[in-house]
Design a protein around this ligand. Structure first.
Ligand code: IPE
Ligand code: IPE
Ligand code: MG
Ligand code: MG
Ligand code: MG
Length: 294
């Protein structure tokens, strides 16, 4: 990882952790629900999505007092999606972020409800920004709603489930990955850019970057599933083969998947170059996404 990115993460991740502690402190939620919600959020994870929101702002040299709240909200949605993704009726995983999955600790019903509550808490957070004008706030709410719902992550998750045990075409697989993973990652960049009030032409180029980086992220996730250990990943390795998931390595082989990964990485960086962000934090997060080992 680059020094620039390491420094950024060392500074921002504690701020995010602190934000989440404040968010959960002093809330009067039913105790077990409260515990289950905080359990998955505080289990950590790489925090790539909130870091993307914050990186866009830093790269564009714009400060927003609401940045952490927006970044945190998207991480809440991501965390809810992982709790549901791990349920026995979905991927049936018992290990996540280095810990037993939510339903293993709290039971399925509580896990479902904790995830539901994390999702609505995210939208509550986006609807209560204190330092952002209403039009920007609405634009962020719209972008995050679309990216996380039936046209985005949830839509992708159903296609992923339907793709089990099938030989899909590369185009079909790309569609799954763009929706189940790419959409939420892209909306992090879009939300940061909305807070920064970028021009439509810059936004369009950032969307190109996001599309490639979103796909690259899931291709790397598929590759790590077959190449990394459970210990390294903090989640069960070799799960995709066991569930006959449609993945890049399953379709193209490991080398073919790696080539696609590098191709999307290059296209992502080319887009950033176009707007003078070739040496930006976003570019270094792009490198990290393809080089990470967890
Ligand atoms: C895992 O996401 C689920 C996918 C969309 C591939 P991450 O790899 O970002 O998981 P955490 O947040 O670090 O646990
Ligand atoms: C998950 O994809 C995408 C989500 C929307 C959560 P995976 O099912 O491959 O994620 P992991 O490998 O369990 O983290
Ligand atoms: Mg899944
Ligand atoms: Mg899964
Ligand atoms: Mg996976």
């Amino acid at each position: 990882m680059s020094e620039q990115l390491k420094k950024f993460m060392d500074e921002k991740i504690p701020l995010l952790d602190n934000h989440f502690s404040e968010l959960f402190n002093g809330k009067n939620y039913p105790e077990i629900l409260h515990e289950a919600m905080a359990y998955s959020v505080n289990a950590g994870g790489k925090r790539i999505r909130p870091l993307l929101v914050l990186a866009v702002l830093q790269d564009l040299e714009v400060a927003s007092e609401d940045a952490i709240q927006v970044a945190g909200a998207i991480e809440l949605i991501h965390t809810y999606s992982l709790i549901h993704d791990d349920l026995p009726c979905m991927d049936d995983d018992d290990f996540r972020r280095g810990n037993p999955t939510n339903h293993i600790v709290f039971g399925e019903a509580t896990a479902v409800l904790a995830a539901d509550a994390l999702q609505t808490l995210a939208f509550e957070q986006l609807a209560t920004l204190q330092h952002t004008d209403p039009a920007t706030m609405l634009a962020i709410l719209k972008a995050v709603s679309i990216a996380s719902g039936a046209s985005g992550m949830v839509g992708g998750q159903i296609l992923d489930m339907q793709g089990e045990g099938k030989q899909l075409s590369l185009t079909e697989l790309e569609e799954i990955h763009i929706h189940k993973t790419g959409a939420l990652l892209a909306c992090c960049i879009e939300s940061g850019a909305l807070l920064a009030k970028v021009s439509e032409s810059k936004m369009e180029i950032l969307r190109t970057f996001s599309r490639h980086i979103g796909l690259a992220f899931q291709i790397k996730d598929d590759i790590l599933d077959v190449t990394a250990s459970t210990e390294q990943l903090g989640k069960t390795a070799n799960k995709d083969t066991a569930s006959e998931k449609s993945t890049y390595p399953a379709l193209l082989g490991l080398e073919g998947a790696q080539a696609k990964l590098e191709d999307h990485h290059k296209q992502a960086l080319d887009a950033l170059e176009e707007i003078g962000l070739g040496s930006s934090l976003l570019a270094r997060i792009g490198d990290y996404i393809i080089n990470r080992n967890a």
